[in-house]
Design a protein around this ligand. Structure first.
Ligand code: UGA
Length: 317
């Protein structure tokens, strides 16, 4: 197996690449170090991979890369590179999302046309659903994103589908539901809350805190992605959720229990683009990918806290 992993210096991409290398695959990773959060954080994510005999790294955007060369002999593409973050995708920043999420995906798909790929796995997002979807969300629901970010993730998913239908690219999409765990991005809720608890600083909760998320531990997301690369049905889309749907207020109590600290909370206005609730129906992933989330919220949160405590992430960038 020879894999190309885009967004390899990111939270999920780096752990996916490690799992691939550990499983015996040769991996080329590509990342352009967008400035959404500090490069030092992403460099740390790569530490375990750099120097590994079966790992090669290319620093480039997808649009500027020599994709013909990078795709030589590649059997699996895992496309995780993206501009993440639902709440920042409004206004002028939207262009960053269209370039990195839609255009980059089209360029990558185009470069794979006619190549003997086993699978092209696209990392999509629960944010494609929006607020109109019934809970639990199934892949048959009409997606109606409530954030510009969700629109770009959905557009890229649709590009995967059309390159499958028109060009036979064996594209499979996985819709991750709010992934957390070691290396979680610094803008995400668990990372912020754990860090604030440790530092004795207040946190901000957007809205009343009663919004719910189906939080997914990163190792479960990685396992699902590997399975999609192995046996996902081309053209299909799979929900990948952790099975633990809790409110942000409940998260807060779990963080207090995990850290042994009380947290001061400031409630702020709801953020545009935030979905109210997410909860994945994962029966399709269970049937096709044998997906079963294994890590409980308590264990996963503890693992993230342990990671934060042992890296400089707690003390600075
Ligand atoms: C996350 C990721 O950031 C997206 O990249 C991803 O596509 C999305 O999951 C998804 O799975 O579709 P989000 O659910 O907003 O988005 O994840 P968090 O940033 O961890 O936020 C979880 C909840 O906590 C949200 O309701 C958010 O409003 C709230 N939150 C977050 C706060 O109340 N305060 C904060 O400081 C941060």
């Amino acid at each position: 197996m020879k894999a190309l992993v885009t967004g390899v210096a990111g939270f999920i991409g780096s752990q996916l690449a490690e799992a691939l290398v550990e499983g015996g695959a040769a991996v080329t990773g590509i990342d352009c170090f967008t400035d959404y959060y500090p490069r030092t954080v992403k460099e740390r994510n790569l530490e375990g991979l750099r120097g590994h005999a079966r790992f090669g790294f290319v620093e480039s955007s997808i649009q500027q890369a020599d994709l013909g060369r990078l795709l030589e002999g590649v059997t699996h593409v895992f496309h995780l590179a993206a501009q993440a973050g639902v709440r920042k995708s409004w206004g002028r920043d939207f262009q960053v999302y269209t370039v990195n999420n839609i255009e980059a995906t089209q360029v990558l798909l185009e470069a794979t046309v006619g190549r003997p790929l086993h699978r092209f796995v696209y990392a999509s997002s629960s944010s494609v659903y929006g607020d109109a979807a019934a809970i639990p969300m199934t892949e048959r629901t009409l997606p109606q994103p409530v954030s510009p970010y969700g629109v770009t993730k959905l557009a890229a998913e649709q590009l995967c589908h059309l390159y499958h239908v028109n060009h036979g690219v064996p594209a499979v999409s996985v819709r991750y539901f709010t992934v957390y765990g070691p290396r979680q991005r610094p803008d995400m809720a668990f990372h912020r809350f754990l860090k604030a608890a440790a530092a004795g600083q207040p946190i901000r909760i957007y809205g009343d805190g009663e919004q719910t998320r189906d939080f997914t531990f990163v190792a479960d997301a990685v396992a699902a992605t590997l399975a999609a690369g192995d046996r996902g049905r081309p053209g299909r889309v799979y929900n990948i959720g952790g099975g633990s749907r809790v409110s942000v207020n409940q998260v807060l109590r779990l963080v207090e229990a995990c850290t042994g600290r009380r947290i001061e909370v400031r409630y702020e206005a709801p953020q545009k683009g935030d979905m109210r609730d997410t909860f994945a129906d994962t029966s399709l992933a269970r049937a096709d990918l044998d997906f079963r989330p294994r890590v409980s919220l308590e264990d996963g949160l503890t693992a993230e806290y342990r990671w934060l405590s042992t890296t400089t992430a707690l003390t600075g960038q």
